[in-house]
Design a protein around this ligand. Structure first.
Ligand code: PEP
Ligand code: MG
Length: 939
């Protein structure tokens, strides 16, 4: 029998895959809206996440590989899109398709929906392409009414279970579908108030202590509550219940939480969600039942241990909601040995099949194990690296897939600071909980999401402290450096979301108490108020009073500080190995934006292959140097300017020498001065003017007068960049002297130097032509002075591409350029007509209104500004086929932008030192994606 079943399953799998693949393409025309799964068969399969959502596709896939899944069906994401595109109406055939599939589920489970003998109950859940934990709505136990509950009690012989299921259903249906929830000013959930009353009357602590009769009272009270507040009767007909629930799930795609989540993770609204309707199985029927969630490996560290928790006699949401504290999965071996053994087998099977860490939900109903969900587990950056590299060793995946699997941005988790161990030892520990999000965070405590957002906007470092978080807290969690909860387990909402965001998180610190009314947090005899400092160690789960000094991560200690102990750590070793792999695949070069020798040294350790941008003006912020720049700007004749430039040249030359030495033969793109005037003279107060007056021999009144004369309404679009060099060629000449004299000095000592002199803010080819003349003439003079031949002091001249006109006329500009470097900060500013300094006030509104998916100054606007980049590349290379082209705006360290630059054919990206590992990884991913590889598709 067993072998026969296997053979059937294999055949089913093959044919189902084929059928499903053709169905995916045909679905729009054939209008198949509902896909069945269960009983060893499925209409769809795991590859159809776009159509069935992640949950639906994987339920189908589990069904196909012989894992026990309660039967059900998936209403596709296309129905969701249709629903929104057609004024919340459904395709005409949908009702009938649902009816047909209910019949199939009834057959597979041997129960009937709405039946008064052996009733089938259903769960209704959302399931988008990418999981959005807790953001959308779920309804469990659907299909109960006053008659069905009696039938259920009779059939199971467990009246308490039947009434408990009924009250849970009412609670969910009432709040989600009928929208009866806590009202404004009401501090407690009205359903919980009724439950608390029942528990007080019955003198029990937990919900599970209530008897069937007491639960019956709760059900009656819930119904009264719903009727009173909504003005409507709760629908007794199971079909009506189902329609309401499906509507609610589709509507929840556009609730506030889901929108915030989509924005954060760049999920397009057009994707829509699927709805999964599935037969209920019950973990709350007594001591041989239970429910749990697990990861096939530790999602915080990546360690290869089965990691999860479960509750006996409970339903799914109890584990995640943190209402009862679950037990670690290992204990299941004693409580439910048969199911535990089976679960371990499924763990291995799932990892082998999906070739990735799985995050599973399961339920045991009277000794029978059912898998309710599997999906690739969300993990921290640490875990992502560990798991990917371990899986290569275990031969589950190839190196290429390991590279594709690690979200490039998450590499920054490995570079995040950790507490100084001496300072941590000295700190007063006020509590501890589960280490749910690794890293070290210190900040001021706030007890609500709202306060956290406000404090973070003021620039404070915030620790959000909650008993438990809920999806409503999302904005606060985004704003906080760290999150502390006093309730809930390792898979509570706080833990899941924090892990995904890479936030430091300690959860379930049971030895601490929060008093929201008083605004206090108490632990170990210490009471802290809102605004007091707290520190979290998310690696071990410790909570400390005060602000603990943090120190660099192991990767930083090993890589930058050259510490032997850190170099032995697994994290360091794996990080280094991964970086080696990325370099063997990427085509894009990775350079750094650095202005000092120290930054350059650091960047090289991170893997920089040269400098893509040194901003000359950034050398002037140190010590009193700014005085000379101010003197130069304020000078109203050539003589005064020359005097100031002489001073400037001295420290410029010194700095360039340091930078060239640190580069040790690598190329250096040095951008000529680009000082927006307001950054240098716009902010001077009276005392500063007085001080400067003494130093430069110009009266304070004269300084004020000159500042007024130089005042610009739009300094970002004013007399800056090459415009300054064209007005005052001596400004350019002095810098070129400093660069080339420094190069000659360093070269003399045996270090190769490759200066690339870059002209900023070019709009017209003629601007570059004029500046190149000055550069070449000055270079000739420097060579003459130093007695060097042309071949003995080399340099190249290129331009920033940061004004749309330069991109539109790139073929002309390229005539005078040996390289281009896109300044995407200014190109975004000028391309969008959006100030890079002032736009933050409405960017959020724009993201809320879905005008923007991302902040365009962080992730390149590929459709708009990207087009300018493409034109610049095309135009430039039409004049000079091999023109070297890079990018040095902030986007050089943003993974999605790096991939775009790869596709556009740039030679390198340049970013700040700490973003270099991220850029290297993203560049390797881009190269692999170009070969047609995608995450999960490398075999
Ligand atoms: C740019 O505009 O992208 C750039 C790198 O220059 P800056 O940020 O100095 O204006
Ligand atoms: Mg710029």
């Amino acid at each position: 029998m067993a072998t026969k079943k296997k053979a059937v399953k294999k055949a089913t799998k093959k044919t189902a895959r084929k059928a499903a693949a053709s169905k995916t393409t045909k679905s729009a025309s054939s209008n198949k809206n509902v896909y069945f799964f269960g009983g060893g068969e499925a209409d769809g399969n795991g590859s159809q996440k776009n159509l069935l959502g992640g949950k639906g596709a994987n339920l189908a896939e589990m069904g196909l590989i012989g894992i026990p899944v309660p039967a059900g069906f998936t209403i596709t994401t296309e129905v969701c899109t249709y629903y929104y595109d057609n004024g919340k109406k459904y395709p005409k055939t949908l009702n009938q398709e649902i009816e047909d599939n209910i019949a199939k589920v009834e057959k597979a489970m041997g129960k009937k929906f709405g039946d008064l003998e052996n009733p089938l109950l259903l769960s209704v859940r959302s399931g988008a392409r990418e999981s959005m934990p807790g953001m959308m709505d779920t309804i469990l136990n659907l299909g109960i009414n006053d008659q069905v509950v009696e039938a259920l009690a009779k059939k199971t012989g467990n009246a308490k279970f039947a009434w408990d299921s009924y009250r849970r259903f009412l609670q969910m249906y009432g709040s989600v579908v009928m929208e009866v929830e806590a009202e404004a000013g009401e501090h407690h959930d009205p359903y919980e108030v009724i439950l608390d009353k029942a528990k007080a009357k019955a003198k029990v602590k937990d919900d599970s202590g209530l008897s069937a009769e007491e639960l019956q009272w709760v059900v009656a009270e819930f119904k009264k509550l719903i009727k009173k507040r909504s003005g409507k009767d709760f629908p007794e007909d199971p079909r009506d219940q189902l329609t309401g629930a499906v509507n609610a799930v589709f509507n929840s795609w556009n609730n506030d939480r889901a929108i915030v989540y989509r924005q954060k993770y760049g999920i397009p609204a057009a994707w829509g969600t699927a709805v999964n309707v599935q037969a209920m199985v019950f973990g709350n029927t007594g001591k041989t039942s239970g429910t749990g969630v697990a990861f096939t490996r530790d999602p915080a560290t990546g360690e290869n241990v089965f990691y999860g928790e479960y509750l006996i006699d409970a339903q799914g949401e109890d584990v995640v909601a943190g209402v009862r504290t679950p037990k670690p999965i290992a204990k299941m071996a004693k409580d439910l040995p048969k199911s535990h053994k089976e679960l371990l087998k499924i763990r291995t099977k799932l990892e082998k099949h999906f070739r990735d860490v799985q995050d599973v939900e399961f339920t045991i109903e009277e000794g029978k194990l059912w898998m309710l969900q599997t999906r690739n587990g969300k993990r921290t950056g640490f875990a992502a690296v560990n798991i990917a590299l371990d899986m290569v060793k275990e031969r589950l995946i190839k190196k290429e897939e390991a590279i594709l699997r690690i979200p490039a941005d998450d590499l920054s988790h490995l570079l995040a600071p950790i507490f100084d161990s001496a300072a941590e030892k000295a700190a007063k520990k006020v509590g501890n909980g589960l280490p749910a999000g690794p890293g070290a965070a210190s900040g001021k405590i706030y007890f609500s999401a709202e306060e956290s957002v406000k404090a973070a906007a003021k620039g404070e470092s915030v620790i959000l402290v909650r008993q438990a978080t809920s999806p409503e807290d999302l904005r606060g969690m985004i704003a906080a450096e760290g999150i502390l909860t006093t309730e809930g387990g390792a898979s509570s909402h706080a833990a899941l979301v924090a892990r995904q965001m890479g936030k430091v998180c300690v959860c379930g610190a049971h030895n601490m108490t929060i008093d929201y009314a008083k605004g206090t947090l108490t632990g170990n005899g210490v009471t802290l108020k809102q605004g007091d400092e707290l520190s979290l160690n998310g690696f071990v789960g410790n909570v400390y009073e005060g602000n603990i000094k943090a120190s660099p991560s192991q990767v930083i200690q090993g890589l930058i500080e050259n510490k032997a102990a850190a170099k032995k750590s697994a994290t360091y070793k794996k990080f280094m190995e991964l970086m080696k792999w990325t370099d063997s695949h990427r085509k894009l070069g990775v350079r750094t934006n650095s202005d000092t020798p120290e930054q350059v040294e650091q960047a090289i350790k991170f893997g920089a292959e040269g400098i893509g941008l040194t901003r000359a003006e950034h050398m002037f912020f140190e010590g009193n140097r700014i005085d000379s720049v101010r003197e130069m700007i304020l000078a109203d004749d050539d003589e005064g300017r020359a005097k100031a430039l002489k001073k400037i040249k001295v420290f410029m030359k010194k700095d360039f020498k340091g930078i060239f030495k640190a580069l040790d033969g690598r190329p250096a793109t040095i951008r000529l001065l680009d000082p927006p005037l307001h950054e240098f003279i716009g902010t001077m107060d009276a005392a500063q003017k007085k001080d400067l007056s003494k130093k430069i021999g110009m009266s304070a009144a004269a300084i004020t007068k000159r500042i007024h004369a130089l005042h610009e309404e739009n300094p970002m679009l004013g007399h800056r960049g090459c415009r300054l060099g064209i007005s005052y060629p001596a400004v350019t000449a002095t810098q070129v002297e400093a660069i080339l004299e420094a190069a000659a000095d360093v070269q003399k000592k045996g270090t190769k130097v490759l200066p690339e002199i870059m002209v900023p803010l070019v709009s017209y080819a003629r601007e570059l032509e004029l500046q190149k003349q000055v550069i070449d003439e000055t270079a000739a003079e420097v060579r003459k002075k130093l007695g060097l031949k042309k071949s003995e002091l080399k340099y190249t001249v290129g331009t920033m591409m940061e004004i749309p006109r330069a991109c539109l006329t790139a073929e002309e500009v390229a005539k005078h350029a040996e390289f281009f470097s896109f300044g995407t900060n200014d190109l975004t500013q000028t391309g969008l007509g959006l100030s890079r300094d002032d736009s933050s006030s409405f960017l959020q509104t724009y993201q809320d209104a879905e005008v923007l998916n991302n902040n365009p100054f962080a992730a390149l606007d590929q459709e708009g500004v990207g087009k300018l980049v493409e034109m610049g590349v095309k135009g430039g290379r039409s004049t000079k086929k091999k023109l070297k082209i890079g990018i040095c705006g902030e986007h050089g360290g943003d993974p999605s932008s790096v991939k775009f630059f790869h596709r556009t054919g740039l030679n390198y990206v340049s970013c700040s030192p700490f973003r270099i590992p991220v850029a290297r990884l993203a560049a390797a991913q881009a190269a692999l994606e170009e070969k047609g590889m995608a995450r999960g598709e490398v075999s």
